[in-house]
Design a binder for this molecule. Sequence first.
Ligand SMILES: Cc1cc2nc3c(=O)[nH]c(=O)nc-3n(C[C@H](O)[C@H](O)[C@H](O)COP(=O)(O)OP(=O)(O)OC[C@H]3O[C@@H](n4cnc5c(N)ncnc54)[C@H](O)[C@@H]3O)c2cc1C
Length: 318
Amino acid sequence: MKVTDHIANAKGKTLFTIEILPPLKGENIRNLFDHIDPLMEFKPPFIDVTYHREEYVFKKRENGLLEKISTRKRPGTVGICASIQNNYKVDTVPHIICGGFSKEETENALIDLHFLGIDNVLVLQGDAIKNEGRFAPEPDGNKFASELLQQVVDMNRGKYVDEELQSPNPSNFCIGVAGYPEKHFAAPNLKTDLKYLKLKVDLGAEYIVTQMFFDNDKYIDFVNRCREAGITVPIIPGIKPITTKAQASILPTTFHIDIPDDLADEVEKCSDNKAVKEVGIKWAVQQSKELMKFGVPTLHFYSMGKSDPIYRIAKELF
Ligand SMILES: Cc1cc2nc3c(=O)[nH]c(=O)nc-3n(C[C@H](O)[C@H](O)[C@H](O)COP(=O)(O)OP(=O)(O)OC[C@H]3O[C@@H](n4cnc5c(N)ncnc54)[C@H](O)[C@@H]3O)c2cc1C
């Protein structure tokens, strides 16, 4: 079932949904299920699974020279999605990215997803390769999420990259995109960023999932600005509870978001990470309650491999 149908069926009630990471290469899928199992109590109608592109590591050869090796630490997005659908009978939303894929490889991945009965995709530009700074598309790949989105929309209309096909079967993906209440880091300003977000919606994106934020006013302002710009699709807020002291600087560095003064002060006062986790849970519960009052379609939790804080937050809300 499509994400938008789940939202419509909820008739205004806020849903509980999560984003998970595929396990590190070599790990057992059972570890991931152990992490998802307790959260099923809150009946998530869909689960997002992130995509992690290759990165480069340097290995010393016998002759002393360094060899650059490409490796993917978290492969398996498509397999995990199929496995979750099979195991829990809930829908999954694989993230698909421009980076590292030619258009033909993207087409083949979409064909796999379609055959597996996966009805949703979140289309993204994708992160730059770790340590490479700037995002660079493949020569024959998509550069922006809007181009990737156009490819999925085309396939939904039966138009494949391979133009030799006779009456190709159209896919039927529900397409989501990312939005940034605090602006995407590469955009010159929020107005320009919103222009490109609107482009994605005009091309066929059916809902938006936001980057994590810790200040609800920023989300509400973003929603208002989107509505003024004529973006009418559901805007799903992404929530991440802080769980360690280090995250107070890691999250702003990695995701280009602010930690509000009050939260930063509370975290600073904590003597250990156990105390930080409590502060993070309390903040996320308060944030979620306000967002539910605002009428958000779903509270979408970034679990980042830790289910316990999400479980405790959800237990207070659902
Ligand atoms: C909810 C969510 C989930 C994510 N999941 C993943 C994941 O699984 N894997 C992963 O690698 N990354 C993930 N990311 C990170 C994301 O890939 C990066 O933030 C990336 O830098 C931007 O992706 P985008 O889809 O928003 O890009 P785009 O929409 O392509 O925008 C990228 C930048 O280009 C600008 N822009 C857009 N279109 C144009 C245009 N036509 N001309 C000029 N400028 C333009 C935008 O304003 C923005 O600054 C996720 C982010 C979010 C918010």
